[in-house]
Ligand binder design. Sequence first.
Ligand code: HEM
Length: 166
Amino acid sequence: MPVSSFLQWLQDTGFSTALRDSTWAEPVIETIHVLTLTVFLGFTVLLDLRLLGVAMRHKPVSEIFGELNPPIIGAFLMMLTTGVLLFCGDPVAFYGTIFFRVKMIMLILALLNILIFSSTLGRRFSEWEQNPNTPAMAKLAAILSLVLWAAIIAAGRAIAYAVPPP
Ligand code: HEM
């Protein structure tokens, strides 16, 4: 089934119509999307600053990861769920905007960055985590993370300017 037919089918479902017709669904879901973003971003920035060797320099990296990963993962899953719900409310229009597409591509890149870090330096924490000054690859992963999440947020915000209110 081509993407456009799938999106049209989704748009015509009772679920999508109910989301669109509801006065409260979108503002409530979007508020949760943004509130969980604050939790996700706040803790992610802390992790990235440690990977850059800027903050909490004398704490072992795995200890910081152990403490911050649960709220980061929880907030991320909530953002994913609320994001999909927002999308379901108006799939044809959202998919039609460049900002939504760019946001999804950058989201994949940000997840790839996490995957690459976890399967390389993240497997060898004991070799470098006590050192206040982190390896160049850890710094690169942190910079990529900060840049990508900032760009994802900017693209998310821009969607509203490309999709006129119903
Ligand atoms: C997980 C990382 C994500 C971040 C950091 C993020 C961030 C944002 C931000 C900052 C906004 C703007 C909120 C506003 O204007 O009030 C937004 C809106 C939006 N997000 Fe996300 N988002 C994420 C995931 C997703 C996912 C996975 C989807 C869908 C598959 C999604 C779909 C949307 C849609 C459709 C809007 C526009 C809502 C509107 O303007 O009415 N988001 N996002």
